[in-house]
Unconditional design. Structure first.
Length: 170
């Protein structure tokens, strides 16, 4: 008998991620693995994606999946070394939809750019639970105005409790 593990997508800035977002993402990745969930990120070796992956691999039994925008390492882009599974889509930024649809819950960690904002919007559009962690007030106001049920986490531990609650609702 196989048991499907829940997939938690962590999205945020790559290059240009704040030190706070990177530290929170690393702690969040570790927490996700500790709870036994699969971590899904954009897979690149930068910012929130790399930090969450670093945190997740500290836990025995981790599973870290990266959904990458390019076709593989031969085209000049690389993935973070901590991935257990790298999915090269060749879809550029359109891969953001795959990130969201592959996750049971989506967490936005820190302020991001248009790509991160699109992932939050795709999550709401697809009916995926969306949790915001350390996002700017304007982001909170905007995404909460688009749909009911957007959760705001004050810290990583609360974020993981919210993830658990959303997963048990499903």
């Amino acid at each position: 008998m196989s048991i499907r593990r829940a997939v938690v997508g962590v999205m945020g800035a790559g290059e240009g991620a704040s030190a706070e977002a990177v530290a929170l993402a690393e702690e969040l990745g570790e927490c996700i693995s500790t709870w036994g969930w699969v971590l899904l990120t954009g897979g690149r070796p930068a910012g929130v994606m790399a930090a969450a992956s670093r945190g997740a691999v500290r836990v025995e039994g981790h599973l870290v999946v990266g959904v990458l925008p390019d076709e593989g390492e031969g085209d000049g882009r690389q993935c973070t070394a901590e991935l257990d599974l790298a999915l090269f889509t060749g879809m550029g930024k359109a891969r953001n939809v795959i990130n969201v649809l592959s996750a049971d819950v989506v967490v936005i960690c820190g302020a991001g750019g248009p790509g991160t904002a699109s992932e939050a919007a795709h999550a709401l559009n697809a009916g995926r639970p969306l949790i915001l962690l350390a996002v700017p007030p304007l982001w909170r106001e905007f995404f909460c105005s688009l749909a009911e049920g957007v959760e705001i986490a004050s810290d990583v531990q609360e974020c993981c409790r919210l993830i658990e609650a959303r997963l048990t609702e499903a």
